[in-house]
Design a protein around this ligand. Structure first.
Ligand SMILES: Cc1cc2nc3c(=O)[nH]c(=O)nc-3n(C[C@H](O)[C@H](O)[C@H](O)COP(=O)(O)OP(=O)(O)OC[C@H]3O[C@@H](n4cnc5c(N)ncnc54)[C@H](O)[C@@H]3O)c2cc1C
Length: 293
């Protein structure tokens, strides 16, 4: 990419010449869609990502693999892609913006679309800095990007549907998942029928993950989470607690494991919008989001 200059799934670096109508920062699902939509309108688009391959977290893949859907790839034919370019600074100029990326490169554009993704949201607990405690996303990225299973006996904990593919993926790759501990009550979404009707495919996807957990006999506990990681040099076990509807601990038990993957959803990566002086707002889930110009 320019999808035009691409030699294979990994794509070669194309020359970023002149200036662009639109620079899309981040080649995950959001950035890829934005770049494709802008290019379809005839804009001159550059797509920039620190990673060596497009796809972001969702379509993360190893060298030689290709995970992007073919129609999306086709829609990106006219987009110039700069992989392995970490954006560290953006300046406002009279005609728009100058983007500074490493290795040493400046890219001029009239409009910037920030699609730099999110971080795992973490809640601290005693022992959370021990070797063996990972974010759920970190464990997933290791597996998808490097084919590495983070540990042998793994507890997966936190909130949200993302815990399910993490546990299923670890089990399929040979890890022993000692349990998925979901702190929330997944059926709470039944109170939002409109949202539910708009995301029917997600319900089937969730059911598919639960089937995979059953296949590997992975216990799935709701209203339960990890409240302590034990060990001196590294994790040797965790205490999981059963919670009531106010997240007050009702009971506790200890489980042996050498790895913990924890994530309480995601919070947007806002460094670039903040650097540009964009207005920030607190979203419905408590995350800080960029808004405005
Ligand atoms: C570690 C991690 C793993 C995840 N794994 C999954 C998963 O397996 N399945 C799933 O459904 N969801 C996963 N998620 C959730 C994920 O956020 C969304 O599913 C989806 O990928 C979000 O799409 P996006 O385009 O908004 O951001 P992302 O997919 O995160 O893409 C953002 C892109 O921006 C690039 N970027 C960020 N900052 C810079 C910079 N300064 N310079 C240049 N490039 C930059 C990143 O390299 C990345 O490619 C994961 C999240 C995290 C944090």
């Amino acid at each position: 990419m320019s999808w035009k200059h691409r030699k294979g799934p990994d794509m070669a670096i194309s020359p970023a010449d002149g200036s662009y109508d639109i620079a899309v920062l981040g080649a995950g699902p959001a950035g890829l869609s934005a770049a494709a939509a802008a290019a379809a309108q005839g804009s001159r688009v550059v797509l920039i990502d620190a990673a060596p391959r497009p796809g972001g977290q969702y379509w993360r893949h190893r060298a030689g693999e290709d995970r992007l859907p073919a129609p999306l790839r086709a829609a990106l034919e006219a987009v110039t892609f700069l992989p392995s370019h970490a954006i560290w600074h953006i300046e406002r100029t009279d005609s728009g913006f100058t983007i500074h990326a490493l290795p040493d490169r400046e890219i001029d554009c009239r409009t910037v679309v920030v699609a730099t993704g999110a971080y795992d949201r973490q809640l601290p607990f005693p022992g959370w800095t021990l070797p063996g405690v990972f974010t759920a996303g970190g464990v997933q990225a290791l597996l998808k990007g490097q084919g590495v299973v983070a540990g042998n006996r793994i507890a997966v904990a936190g909130t949200g549907p993302f815990l399910l593919p993490v546990a299923a993926g670890l089990a399929e790759a040979g890890g022993q998942v000692v349990g998925v501990f979901e702190a929330g009550r997944p059926t709470a979404f039944l109170r939002h029928p409109l949202a539910l009707s708009r995301n029917v495919s997600k319900i089937f996807e969730g059911a598919g993950y639960l089937r995979r957990l059953r296949r590997y006999r992975i216990p799935f506990s709701t209203r339960t989470t990890v409240v302590q990681a034990h060990g001196t040099e590294s994790v040797t076990g965790v205490t999981v607690a059963r919670l009531d509807s106010n997240w007050t601990i009702v009971s506790k038990r200890r489980i042996d494991c050498d790895t913990v993957a924890v994530g309480y959803g995601f919070t947007p990566q806002t460094e670039i919008p903040r650097q540009l002086g964009c207005e920030m707002v607190v979203d419905a889930d408590g995350s800080l989001c960029g808004q405005g110009r």
